[in-house]
Design a protein around this ligand. Structure first.
Ligand code: MN
Ligand code: MN
Length: 377
């Protein structure tokens, strides 16, 4: 007789079954409503851009549940790669996403991850998603930026917070969070965006760490978002020098991700490798297969990337999750040919610490709706 076949463990085995959140977009709560600068009146329930608001509200509801779970997992002693896989697994389950697929415009209620979960540690400010070979175990000496996105019908929430396990880091976190809150509060229709940079630097530089004033990271900015587009249009500078450039003014209907970075280092980030974030180049999105140069494997991988992610960022670890093997050479070929673009880690000076907070909000004549605002930040 034959031995009993072994039942393969399902992905996330041992985890409770997580049901997707409701597809009824009217069932999600309104975000935090703030008046325009200079007014104290609490805004009435918004009636403008309602269809779009409802998509942002659902994405925000998922973001809040996932970040509460991330807070439980990302503790000293935790394996960062393992935590990243679990957090992203929870996110996909709550979205009801089709595996790793993030882009699906023919399904108007489609919800998915908007870009890889960033877990950037200490002097690394942004753009690190654990690679498959990552063996970092979180310690009490770590300052971890947790930055991830959720979208509903392409309307994406980009929101981030910072975890630290030693109270001495609290001023760095406070500086970044208070600067973000001040900038969001000061945002509004016709507001000069350069002035927000002034405000951000003023708040951040009023905090100290070990007797030295903190500084904002000058070459990172907040940004406008649009459907299936993480960075578009206007930027929100993090520093006073932003006055020297025309950052424009905010308009009704604009959605911004305001993100502020407080640093104990130079306040300037540089590229570091290896790369964990990529996007398909816009020029490669419409190319027919016959015009693509490279090996058959590279062409197949590019097609896979275009179909599953299109304009949205992705990380190599997701390809492992999709059952792809030996894709490294293809990623190099595709990157060398300009079909995909790498986004390296962005790090301040060695030994420094950077904290980040980020909220996504819509600007209206009557004020702002801060979609990603929660009880936590
Ligand atoms: Mn972000
Ligand atoms: Mn952002």
């Amino acid at each position: 007789m034959c031995p009993e076949p072994e039942v393969p463990a399902a992905a996330g085995a041992g985890e409770p079954e997580i049901a997707p959140l409701s597809r009824d977009l009217t069932s999600y709560p309104t975000g935090l409503l703030l008046p325009s600068p200079g007014s104290d009146a609490t805004p009435a329930e918004p009636t403008d851009e309602l269809e779009i608001r409802r998509c942002y509200r659902k994405a925000a509801a998922i973001h809040k549940q996932v970040r509460a779970y991330a807070r439980e997992l990302l503790v000293p002693g935790a394996d960062m790669l393992d935590a990243a896989n679990k957090i992203e697994g929870r996110l996909r389950a709550l979205c009801g996403a089709e595996g790793y697929r993030t882009y699906k415009p023919d399904d108007p209620g489609y919800c998915a991850q908007a870009f890889p979960l960033g877990l950037s540690v200490n002097n690394c400010a942004a753009h690190y998603a654990p690679l498959i070979a990552d063996n970092h175990v979180i310690t009490t000496r770590d300052v971890v930026k947790v930055d991830f996105g959720v979208h509903c019908n392409g309307y994406l929430i980009d929101s981030a917070f910072t975890l630290a396990y030693d109270d001495k880091f609290q001023p760095i976190l406070d500086a970044s969070r208070e600067a973000m809150n001040a900038a969001v509060k000061a945002a509004g229709v016709d507001v000069s965006i350069a002035e927000l940079g002034n405000l951000i630097e003023e708040v951040i530089s009023s905090y100290e760490f070990q007797g030295k004033h903190l500084c904002p990271v000058r070459n990172l900015t907040g940004h406008q978002v649009d459907q299936y587009q993480i960075h578009c249009g206007k930027a929100i500078p993090n520093h006073r020098g932003g006055r020297l450039r025309d950052y424009g003014r905010m308009s009704a209907g604009d959605v911004f991700a305001c993100e502020t970075f407080a640093s104990t280092g130079k306040g300037h980030v540089s590229d570091e490798y290896p790369v964990s974030h990529y996007m398909v180049d816009p020029g490669a999105l419409g190319l027919s297969k016959g015009f693509i140069k490279g090996s058959e494997t590279s062409k197949r991988i590019l097609d896979l990337l275009r179909t599953n992610f299109r304009t949205l960022a992705w990380c190599p670890r997701w390809l492992d999750g999709m059952g792809e093997k030996k894709y490294q050479l293809s990623l190099k070929q595709l990157s060398d040919s300009g079909y995909i673009n790498p986004y390296p880690k962005l790090c301040d000076t060695r030994g420094s610490y950077v904290a980040q907070f980020e909220h996504t909000f819509m600007v209206s004549e009557w004020g702002k709706e801060v979609f990603s605002k929660g009880d936590d930040y």
